[in-house]
Design a binder for this molecule. Sequence first.
Ligand code: TLP
Length: 343
Amino acid sequence: MIDLRSDTVTKPTKAMREAMAKAEVGDDVYKEDPTVRTLEETAAGILGKEAALFVTSGTQGNQVAILTHTRPGDEVIVESQAHVYYYEVGAMAALAGVQTRTIEGKRGQMPVDAITRAIREDNIHFPPTTLICLENTHNRAGGAIVPLSYMTDVHGIASRAGIRVHLDGARLFHAVVVTGIKAADFAATVDSVQICLSKGLGAPIGSLLVGDREYIERAKKWRKALGGGMRQAGVIAAPGLIALTKMVDRLGEDHVKAKRLADGLANISGCSIDPRDVETNIVIVDIKELAMSAETFCQRLKDKGVLVSAFSEDTVRFVTHFDVQDGDIDQALKAVQDVALGM
Ligand code: TLP
């Protein structure tokens, strides 16, 4: 099977397996796991923040971040297709008890004037706006890179209004590799960042929440409350360290594969895509003209040995990653061509 459903499907490398076996460990709830500590210090250093917290997943990292920034009844401004809102099982409402104010974005960017208008004034009737969430790269916007200048503008609006900003940086390193801008420069425009080790970087598990020391200390309590206080977690931090220090630079290879896929898809009749929209490793194609649902399309592709995800009723998502070989792209394109021709 050629698995293009997500960059989460990668298997740990041999070096990661070896690092897991050799990892020095301790009880991390007692802050005694040296490998976790190294991972957290490394992440904080790369992102230019004071401290980091190792969490089980991107979802846990985002939700701990939101819980730590807000109080029940607060309002959070979020792009209407952002992962924290769209794909996290309503956790913001269920766990943090916050209300979301969604704004439709273009390529992951909410218009800045709409953000300004959405910030609540001090009024007896209104919930306080306390947080803005950004996502970079933006998953449902097809892996779009959110420019640093935009993040700086949002930071300006937020700081003038006394509001904090959280960045879902599950795939931030894709933006780093394409733009050449340091992760720390992106992170300097926000109060907290969540980065994933298991999306395209090859680690089997784990994310980091990064911010200032006082914030991370409070976040640690929320992680514990959510069952994320882990014990000898060095065995999973060890491959995470390799992900963070050795796997970032190769992400460009995934972008080349995604571009090739997009170019090929654009030449298949019934598939609509502008390859110029593909900036990183996510390719979203519109298959409306094929007169079959995205679900049916995915099933037919699966029958031909290619796994992809239905993204909406008539769009499909392909994601490239390091377990995808060059030849797989050609095979996947051939399979799409056959499905499009009804073969
Ligand atoms: N995204 C997954 C699915 O949940 C959709 C995927 O296959 O793309 N932020 C962003 C931007 C993400 O794309 C994801 C995962 C997460 C957070 C959550 O990470 P996990 O899956 O580790 O909880």
